[in-house]
Design a protein around this ligand. Structure first.
Ligand code: PMP
Length: 429
């Protein structure tokens, strides 16, 4: 494959844009020799790069794209907005319509607020929880990503349940001291942390199904245990459903597991590919937010007609019959086929999958927490990534990311991908 135009564009970008990219994971740092592929055009499950190479896309733009590229229903919604004026700075009826759709799908959202990114959504839930409880600390789970605001760019120290250390330069130690990080799927350690700090904990922040060290499901009873322990201590529970909302079912992970948080943050899919975030939850908690309450949050672009219209159109597509059954069927076909190809040539992998989202870990160990995901073989992943790319299969450029299927992938796409994976595994031996 010829990547010369991508390479030239990246060389130019390095002089213009910091690191050549507008989000670090696009730099292909750990994979592909640090030179990203520049996409030019998309249609359904495919996109084409600037050199004319065609790919089957499993990146899904890191999660938002679930109805494929350029879906006509979403394109029409965006075009209508473009023709009518894209921003008024006043409320519109679209926001009511979309809020009703979200509430109908996720009943714990007694009140919602639209923002512009997942980061903003999670950041505000943390602020609101602090306002509501009058406490400062939050508990999060190692390896989960919740956006790029200060409090969540904090990782665990060396112990199993520790006060955080900043994970990025520019974050005051005083901020990190209010963040406690514990391992996912480890209720005992979580409870010990709550025993120690519970009366200072405003909220427990959790991805109910992890998407950020691959797809990792909660053990049975884990989410209920978090709720029970947190509520006993007067702490709130916040679900970060930025990836999970509308990814596995028409609704959220909280419905799949039958456990309701106090607040939920969303993003990605609910914007149909346009910038969006949303947060919501219990009415008495949400009433902390301005203009009703003392917790401030605002946004010039929040609830803008383009993002809201694209979101409505995307959910309308997802409401159609059998969408999630199809995603699950294709996901199962992909998982089975790839697992078989790997075992045929003796490449040890383990696969975590839920519906149309999946992660392959090289090394073969089962992954239920971040430590195990981290122990998987990154060099093998990087080689696999490159071998797949050269066969026209575009994966997320990190061993910690998921493959995301769309409603537009076909069985033929899946079979072509399995074939390509078989060749990649054979080359890796
Ligand atoms: N939470 C989770 C679970 C995410 O995966 C992400 C983004 N990958 C975010 C929050 C932040 O969202 P955004 O990039 O839209 O700010």
């Amino acid at each position: 494959m010829d990547f010369s135009t991508s390479k030239a564009l990246h060389k130019e970008a390095l002089d213009l844009i910091v690191g050549g990219v507008n989000s670090p994971s696009r730099a292909y740092k750990g994979v592909g020799g640090g030179s990203p592929v520049y996409m030019d055009q998309g249609e359904g499950a495919y996109f084409w790069d600037v050199d004319g190479n065609k790919y089957i896309d499993y990146l899904g733009a890191f999660g938002p794209i679930i109805t494929g590229h350029g879906h006509p229903h979403i394109a029409e919604a965006i075009t209508n907005v473009a023709n009518n004026g894209v921003l008024y700075g006043t409320p519109t009826r679209l926001e009511n319509k979309f809020a009703k759709m979200l509430q109908a799908a996720i009943p714990s959202l007694e009140k919602v607020r639209f923002v512009n990114s997942g980061t903003e959504a999670v950041m505000t839930t943390v602020r609101v929880a602090r306002a509501y409880t009058g406490r400062n600390k939050i508990i999060k789970f190692s390896g989960s990503y919740h956006g790029h605001f200060d409090s969540v760019l904090v990782e665990a120290g060396s112990g199993p349940a520790t006060l955080g250390t900043p994970d990025s330069a520019g974050i005051p130690q005083s901020v990190a001291e209010d963040v406690i990080t514990v391992p996912f799927n480890d209720l005992d350690t979580f409870r010990r942390a709550m025993d120690q700090w519970g009366d200072q904990v405003a909220a427990v922040l959790v991805e109910p199904i992890v998407g950020n060290f691959g797809i990792v499901k909660p053990h049975e009873g884990f989410l209920q245990g978090i709720n029970d322990t947190a509520h006993d201590a007067g702490s709130l529970v916040i679900y970060d459903e930025v990836i999970t909302a509308f990814r596995f079912t028409y609704g959220s992970a909280q419905q799949i597991y039958g456990v309701e948080p106090d607040m939920t943050a969303m993003g990605k899919i609910i914007g149909g590919g346009l910038p969006i975030g949303a947060y919501g939850g219990r009415q008495d908690i949400m009433e902390q937010v301005a203009p009703l309450g003392p917790a401030y949050q605002a946004g010039t672009m929040s609830g803008n007609p383009a993002s809201i219209s694209a979101g409505i159109a995307c959910l309308e597509v997802l409401q159609q019959d059998s969408v999630y059954e199809k995603l699950d069927r294709l996901g199962e076909r992909l998982e089975t086929g790839i697992t078989q190809k790997a075992s045929e040539v003796g490449i040890p992998i383990s696969v975590n999958r839920m519906c149309g989202a999946m992660t392959i870990y090289f090394g073969g160990e089962t992954v239920t927490n971040y430590e195990q995901a981290e122990a998987s073989d990154g060099d093998a992943f990087a080689e696999f990534f490159r071998l797949m790319l050269e066969q026209g299969i575009n994966l997320a450029p990190s061993k910690f990311e998921a493959w995301f299927l769309t409603t537009e992938h076909t069985e033929a796409d899946i079979d072509a991908t399995i074939e390509a994976a078989g060749k990649a595994f054979a080359a890796m031996r």
